[in-house]
Design a protein around this ligand. Structure first.
Ligand code: PLP
Length: 344
């Protein structure tokens, strides 16, 4: 794979905006270069465009060099940037799995890029042959998601790597839920595969969906492309500060994850015992996909009781299924009690 050939011509030729803070990065005493207001410290200053301090901390935590990290306004940002950098509108296409996270398709359509969906198997496994067969000479990106949303399972590592090895373009592996699947990340494989991009996020295990912070791990060349086309100050000061604070509390995060995994297993066992539950699918995430008789009716019953879950019954391969996020012990108990009341 030659990255420059894969890139859109307009992006390869683009001269990016150079901000005042790109040109000077030292520790000066007087900053009169960016037309900032001298008052209202520290919010008067533009944030670090490359978020060096945050990346340093993430680098230690993930054991990945800072030059292989891109930070964005949620995972949504790298998803959008990758499409805009590599896919010529109206010409190139993307291949992804079905069912999966809806954002890949939306981001593709916004850029007038076609996304071709390849069905997972009945067991929600990757069909490597079908996926590769769906690719043509204009397929620039493949989006995979593991653990997958909404099916909750992890895709087999060997299948993912087979796709990465066989495809002459970028494979974007969305690991938004990977903290709930200990030992299954492919991050340690990154160095061996220059066409692999791994997405992770602070929105799930880290409990920071509100600050909008997503990570992309990739080769230095791919990270440079993303840096070149992002908004210069894509992560604001508040997000960077809050992220640094929470990165110091990673034991707290580990405790949350442990509790949520325990609660997930307990929830799965108790739901299986309910007479209207047909199947609780195995989960490597912080949610359960549950197939039940009259899922739509049960969804409405829960809404009326003030409990909102996600109705996935219209989603391909997910008929009659609800997606239930694992909450606090108390929230989970309320859900189970409300569902039990349905029996009588
Ligand atoms: C929740 C989720 C994300 C997170 O997106 P952010 O923009 O980082 O909040 C990414 N991918 C998948 C599959 C998700 O379910």
């Amino acid at each position: 794979m030659e990255l420059n050939k894969l890139l859109r011509k307009s992006i390869a030729n683009l001269k990016p905006y150079s901000s005042a803070r790109d040109e000077y990065t030292g520790e000066a005493m007087v900053f009169l270069d960016a037309n900032e207001n001298p008052f209202n410290e520290p919010y008067n200053r533009y944030p670090d465009p490359l978020q060096r301090t945050v990346k340093e901390k993430i680098s230690q935590l993930k054991n990945v060099d800072p030059s292989n990290i891109f930070l964005g306004n949620g995972s949504d940002e790298p998803i959008d940037l990758l499409i805009r950098a590599f896919c010529e509108p109206g010409v190139d296409n993307i291949v992804s799995i079905d069912p999966t996270y809806g954002m890949y398709q939306v981001a593709a359509e916004i850029s007038d890029v076609k996304l071709k969906k390849v069905s997972l198997t009945a067991e929600y496994e990757l069909d490597v042959e079908a996926l590769l067969a769906a690719c043509d000479s204009n397929t620039k990106l493949i989006f995979l998601c593991s653990p997958n949303n909404p099916t909750a399972n992890s895709l087999a590592k060997e299948s993912i790597l087979k796709v990465v090895k066989s495809f002459d373009g970028l494979v974007i592996l969305d690991e938004a839920y990977i903290d709930f699947a200990p030992g299954k990340t492919l991050l340690s494989e990154l160095a061996g595969y220059p066409n692999l991009v791994i997405l992770q996020t602070f929105s799930k295990a880290w409990g920071m969906a509100g600050i909008r912070l997503g990570m992309a791990f990739a080769s230095v060349e791919i990270v440079s492309v993303l840096n070149k086309i992002k908004y210069p100050y894509n992560l604001n000061i508040l997000t960077q500060q809050k992220a640094l604070e929470l990165l110091k509390q990673n034991e707290q995060v580990e405790a949350w994850v442990k509790l949520l995994i325990d609660e997930r297993e307990k929830m799965a066992a108790k739901l299986k015992a309910l007479p209207f539950v047909v199947k609780v699918f195995p989960s490597d995430a912080n949610f359960l996909l549950v197939k039940m008789h009259d899922a739509r009716g049960i969804y409405q019953y829960l809404v009326d009781a003030g409990i909102i879950v996600r109705d996935r019954s219209k989603v391909y391969l997910c008929d009659d299924s609800l997606r239930i996020t694992i909450g606090s012990k108390e929230e989970n108990k309320i859900l189970r009690k409300t569902l039990k009341n349905l029996i009588s």
